[in-house]
Write a new protein. Structure first.
Length: 127
């Protein structure tokens, strides 16, 4: 019997070059080069994965190796032993000890627009 809610899987001996799109959760344990776009789904980069791609998903869990930018509308998790080289843009970010990360982080709160009624002028102002 097939389980309806189990994620799709790219096995560790599979190599994909190009664009991966979908509307269901995906586990990548093989090699992917190009782009992965799962706008409303969870993407898991398994411990055996070697990914050279820009990733975009609702939530991204990384246990393996990623070279490329990561964009998530929800949460990005970098687990112990993973390696990420690229920029991360997400609503939330969790990084475990012994995770390797090289890049910039942008923790956005949805669509970026200025807060109204904050008591200050809307122009300029640095940190």
């Amino acid at each position: 019997m097939a389980v309806e809610n189990s994620p799709a899987r790219i096995g560790k001996t599979i190599m994909i070059s190009g664009e991966v799109k979908g509307g269901e959760d995906l586990i990548v344990d093989g090699r992917v080069e190009g782009t992965v776009n799962l706008a409303e789904s969870r993407l898991t980069i398994g411990p055996n994965a070697n990914v050279s791609a820009d990733l975009s998903a609702k939530d991204v869990l990384i246990l393996g190796r990623v070279q490329g930018n990561v964009v998530a509308s929800g949460r990005v998790e970098l687990r112990a032993g993973c390696s990420v080289e690229g920029d991360i843009r997400a609503l939330r970010l969790a990084v475990e000890d012994n995770a390797v990360f090289r890049g910039k982080v942008d923790l956005t709160q949805g669509v970026s627009k200025p807060l109204e009624g904050s008591g200050g002028s809307s122009a300029g102002g640095g940190l």
